[in-house]
Ligand binder design. Sequence first.
Ligand code: ADP
Ligand code: ZN
Ligand code: MG
Length: 527
Amino acid sequence: MKTLEETLRTWEAVIGLEIHAELTSLQTKMFCGCKLEFGAPPNTHTCPVCLGMPGALPVPNRAAIESIVLAGLATNCEIEKHSMFYRKNYMYPDMAKNFQTTQGPIAFCMRGHLDLAVDGAAAKERVDLGDCAVGEQCGNVTRTEDGYVAHVGITRIHMEEDAGKMVHFGGDEGRIAGATHSLVDYNRAGTPLIELVTEPDLRTPAEARLFMQKLRQIYLALGISDCSMEEGSLRCDGNVSLRRRGETKFGTKTELKNMNSFKNLHDGLAYEICRQAEVLEEGGIIYQETRHWDPTMKCTIVMRVKETADDYRLFPEPDLAPYDLTDEFIEGVRAKLPELPDEKELRFQRDYGLTPYDARHLVEHRETADFFERSMECAGDDAAAFAKPLANRVNNDLLAYLNNHAEVTLDALPITPQRLVDLERLLADGSISTKQGKEVFAALLEKDCDPAVIVEERGMKQVSDSGEIEAVVDEVLAANPDKVEQYLGGKTGLLGFFVGQCMKATHGQGNPQLINEVIVRKLSERA
Ligand code: ADP
Ligand code: ZN
Ligand code: MG
C-alpha cells in the first residue's frame, strides 16, 4: 500500500465526522429522573421510562436542552426554535424500548462552523496548497504564514439518548463473536447525548483530529461533558471517501466507527484513505459500509453494509410534543457562555503580547493554559517580560513531560506557578544558564522545592560576577598568546575557542553571555 503522502498526491480525501458527546455533567437522564452515574452497579439507575415499559411517558430534561443550545452557540450554529423528537426504530437488546428517541433533519442547532488553525506537521498532510499564497483563500482554506485556516461547516447538532451497555462473555476479548452469553446494563440507557455532524469539509486525517480536539476544548470550556474518550463520553465516527484531484463529484464513503482516541481517529482515517486508493487504482469499487479500525492489526475491517434511513422507520415521537424555544430561553443560555478557546487565544495575544502560534498552542490544553495564566499572575510586575519564556516553558517542557507521562495530571505534579516564575527569575538575572534551567525545571517536576535551593544544593550557580569573569578571561588570553595573535589578525572564529576555555576554567558555571562580552571587549582593547 502507498503511504498517505503518496496517496494524497493523486487522490483528494473527503471527510465528515459524526461526534457524540454524553452530557456527563447533568444530574439525570434525558427523559426520566434516573441518576447519571458512570461505573454504578449494573441496572441500579433505571425506571419504567428508560426500561421502555408500556405506558411510561418521557419528559425532556430542560438542562440537557440548555447544554445543547450552549454547544450550538459556541460552534456558530443557528438555534432552531421549533424542532421535535423522532423514534429511530431498531431491535437490539441494548435499548429496551426498541427505538432510540432522537431528532430528525431539523435539530436544535443548525448550520454552524468552526475555523481550524492548522500548522506544523499537521499542515504538511495538505499537499494541494503549493500554489496558494499567504493570505489567499483557496477553497475552504486560507493560507497563513505557518500553515492554513480551514473553515469547516457543521450541518447540525442534535439531541438524542444513549443506549445501554452490553457485556459479552466466553468470546474473544469481550467481543460478541464466539460469546456464549451476554449481559445488559441499562444504567447508560437514556443518557443525554448530543451528536454533531460536520459537512464533508475536512480533507486530511490531521484536520479531522484537530476538529475533534477543538470541539473537545469547547465542550470542556462549556462544562457540558467530561469528554473522556477512554470512558466513551466522547465518541467519533469518521466518514471518508476519495475522488481524483480535480474531480468535483464525491466518491462512495465508508464509515469508521467509534474511534476512541485522537491517534486512532487519525491513523484509522489515514489507513482507510490508503486502502480505498488501492482498491480504486486496481479497478475495484468502494462499498458504502461501516468499518472498524483495529489499532493493533493496523487495518480496518467490515462491520456491516450500510443500513439506509428507511430501515429505521424514523417517525415523529407521539409521546413528546414539538419543542419550542423562546428568545428568552436562548438569550438566557447565551448569557451563560464562558470564555471560549478562540477568545482566550486572542486575549493571550492582546494582553500578554504572545504570538498567535504561542497563544494557540497554550490554549489547546486547558490545564496548561490555566497554569500559564496563574504563573503570569505570580510574575506581577515582570509579567510582560516573562510572558514569552513562561509560554515556552509551558508549551515545550511542561507539555512534553505531560505527553510522555500520560498517567500523570498537572494537578498531581509538585510544580506550582510560583516556583516556575522563581525559576524564570533565576534565568532572567543570569544566575543560571538555559541548560541549568532545564535541570532545575526537571527537579521541580519531582519535588516541591525553591529553585534557588536546588541551584544552591547542586552548586550550579552561574558565575555572573564581572570581576571574577574578567580575571578568568585575562588568564585564558594570557595562556594563549598565539591564538590572540591569530584573532587580532582576522581569525575571529576563535571567539568560540576562548569562550570554551573560559567555561572550562569556571567549571561550566560562567555566564556565557557575559564571558563573550568581556572577551570581545578585552580583545578589541588590544587591537
Ligand atoms: P448517511 O446518510 O450515510 O448517514 P449523511 O449524509 O448523513 O450520510 O452524512 C454523514 C456524515 O458523512 C456527515 O458528516 C457527512 O459530512 C459525511 N459525508 C457525506 N457524504 C460523504 C462523502 N461522499 N464522503 C465523505 N464524507 C461524507
Ligand atoms: Zn429512568
Ligand atoms: Mg446520517
